[in-house]
Write a protein that binds this ligand. Structure first.
Ligand code: FAS
Ligand code: PHB
Length: 388
């Protein structure tokens, strides 16, 4: 088969890019390893920056987002009993929207057929070829049959474990990584949130985050050593730990059976370059952030925004500048989000190797933030998302 752009991966990055390209009349095909139900049911991010909301609005796919998304004007940092509120709208005139990544994916999947976004699910053994040329192609299997798609560009939206990044020669690659000594145990339950806003807590027993998906569905996290197994964390143990770490100032903790419960590892990771020949990388295929700053999904969206503009310039106007400048433009925003996510992770978690000095630095920084509009503004402008 032949098309203009082959997209590998039908997560939020791949689906968003497929829709943006079709809206510009650019032919594309999306190759996805998993079946639709698997993709639609993954529980991940929960906070959207304006850039992500704006892309859904530009596509006219934001009806449910407007109806069900929760605008949040602020969030809180808890240091023991003290809640430090970061007033986003007062500080930077913007808010964030609480709307699960799962819902974004479902909205994009639901509109794919009518918008001509062709997604091939169950695509096995995806392999990239000729990415150093102007005529790359991708081979894969479908229901046991060997398949091939030729295109002018291949866009790797296949997440951290996909094949795209690995198709770039090691001689051309630079990797930056920090693996954290803990993971986040997340629980999703149909109970009202303890607070109407998000609370990130740094407690002597560790980190906790109170988030939500709606006024009746809550999403919570505690950090745990990576040696922990989810089967050692029955629901009651999770709720007890959350109540302790979030404390009474967070509000009443309503308990209920977990709809989903899992432990996700935390890492900071950047791969350069985000373009090699006819291959561009978007989203987790190129970078990972600890979820503390709520940046992962939103960085995928800004990568896709840049990639769609570059591809539109190429196909509609014969302009190669966007393609040539894609990696530098995307990485400039990626690195700033990496810094913010790393710094908020450092501030809000107890690291096993930290001593009294490191803890004193956390206390001093939280005390400074509590009393400084400038410090709060810096946090706010990063949390709502830096300009694209
Ligand atoms: P994704 O990983 O979402 O999608 C990649 C797609 O490529 C998948 O559908 C996969 O099946 C497919 N694929 C992989 N290999 C393939 C192959 N060989 N052939 C074909 N297809 C292939 N971010 C936040 O902001 N907040 C959070 O709380 C948060 N929690 C997270 C929890 C977990 C467990 C994980 C893993 C990530 C979390 N993230 C969070 C980050 C997450 O939201 C990502 O940033 C976001 O999914 C990035 O989207 P994509 O780049 O599309 O990658
Ligand atoms: C979530 O609701 O899943 C969530 C919110 C904010 C974060 C991370 C995860 O920083």
């Amino acid at each position: 088969m032949k098309t203009q752009v082959t997209i590998i991966g039908a997560g939020p990055a791949g689906l968003l890019l497929g829709h943006l390209l079709r809206a510009e009349g650019i032919e594309c095909v999306v190759l996805e390893r998993q079946r639709p139900a698997y993709v639609a049911d993954r529980i991940r991010a929960g906070v959207l920056e304006q850039v992500t909301v704006g892309l859904m609005a530009r596509l006219g796919l934001d009806a449910r987002l407007k109806a069900e998304g929760l605008p949040h004007d602020g969030f809180n940092l808890a240091d023991g009993e003290r809640l430090i509120r970061i007033d986003l709208t007062d500080l930077v005139g913007q808010h964030v929207t609480v709307y699960g990544q799962t819902e974004i994916t479902r909205d994009l999947m639901a509109a794919a057929d009518e918008r001509g976004v062709r997604v091939i699910y169950g695509a096995g053994d995806v392999a990239l070829h000729g990415i150093d040329s102007d005529a790359p192609y991708v081979t894969f299997t479908q229901d046991g049959a060997a398949m091939r798609v030729d295109s002018r560009f291949v866009i790797g939206c296949d997440g951290f474990h996909g094949p795209s990044r690995k198709a770039i020669p090691a001689s051309a690659a630079r990797e930056y990584e920090r693996v954290y000594p803990f993971g986040w145990l997340g629980i999703l339950a149909d109970v009202p949130p303890c607070n109407h806003e998000l609370i990130y807590a740094n407690h002597p027993r560790g980190f906790a985050l109170a988030s939500m998906r709606s006024s009746t569905r809550s999403r919570y996290y505690v950090d745990v050593p990576m040696s922990e197994r989810i089967e050692d964390w029955p629901d009651d143990r999770v709720w007890d730990e959350l109540a302790t770490r979030l404390g009474p100032s967070a509000g009443p903790m309503v308990r209920g059976p977990a709809l989903e419960k899992s432990i996700a590892p935390l890492r900071s990771y950047v791969f350069e370059p985000m373009r090699h020949g006819s291959l561009l990388l978007c989203g987790d295929a190129a970078h990972i952030v600890p979820p503390t700053g709520a940046k992962g999904l939103n960085l995928a969206a800004s990568d896709v925004y840049y990639a769609a503009a570059a591809l539109t310039g190429f196909f509609a106007h014969g302009d190669n500048d966007g393609i040539a400048g894609y990696a530098a433009k995307a990485l400039a925003r990626v690195w700033k989000a990496e810094r913010f996510s790393w710094s908020l992770t450092r501030l809000m978690h107890r690291f096993p190797d930290d001593g009294p000095f490191e803890r004193a630095m956390q206390v001093a920084e939280l005390d400074y933030i509590a009393g400084s509009r400038a410090a709060q503004t810096a946090i706010a402008e990063n949390y709502v998302g830096l300009p694209v």
